[in-house]
Ligand binder design. Sequence first.
Ligand code: NAD
Length: 261
Amino acid sequence: MIRVGVVGAAGKMGRQVLAAVAAAPDLEISCAVDPRIDEVTLDSSIVQAEDLTELPDGVADVLVDFTRPDAARQHLAATLRRGFHLVVGTTGIGPDELRELEAAAEASGANAVVAANFAIGAVLLLRFARQAAPYFDGVEIIELHHDQKLDAPSGTSIATANAIAEARAEAQAPELVDPTTTMVLDGARGAKAAGAVPIHSVRLPGLVAHEEVIFGAPGQGLTLRHDSYDRISFMSGVLVAIRQVPRRSGVTVGLESLLDD
Ligand code: NAD
């Protein structure tokens, strides 16, 4: 039985993780952390805390973090140094934080899986985008999320742009060219990610998490789209990560490598 702690337990994702772990026969919830923990109804056998520092050492084998980018940047490396394996779904984790996590993992022997998107469809979209990238002259990404999302562009769209840029560089495809010479309104062409791939962020009530990658070449286009209509779409990936993180040495980035295991 793997003992799981949920950090951000009162949030939209944290509540889904609590339910998904409770329903898994090989996993159990041992602790839950959130400044709003009093808003969650939990069995009294579960250790409940408002702050990670209140957790006793060894209370969980794996902590699953779905908090906020600013909070996660503060506490992830310290939590890993305490010996908890980590599954990190919180987005906005950049290269600096990953380097810090790698150092903490090496020092403590605890492991981390960090994935900006735990939905299988999003992982496949990334794979297909990588495949298509060298064959088209242009590519742009539109990511669409609910109106509570704090970071932009989404971690998934940044990972997709990275994958496209890498695939194009490997295939020695020409650099992307933006034809715009006059920017009538700032930001009209989106944010330029790796390989100068533009990302456009949409935030609207009613949405969950959606991504569209549009490729163009003379006379043809290819659109790849993934939709998470419900947060349950992320749970199978989160459970895979919880089960694998204890035996995946160091820091694993992205769900893709876990699925191929
Ligand atoms: P939310 O605002 O509903 O929940 C966040 C929760 O974290 C809140 O309850 C908040 O009180 C709590 N929190 C804040 N600071 C904390 C701290 N220091 N310690 C413990 N708890 C703390 O947000 P959400 O929609 O659940 O999303 C959470 C994160 O997950 C976001 O970064 C979002 O982008 C990301 N996300 C990732 C995936 C994925 O597949 N990787 C999918 C959806 C959302």
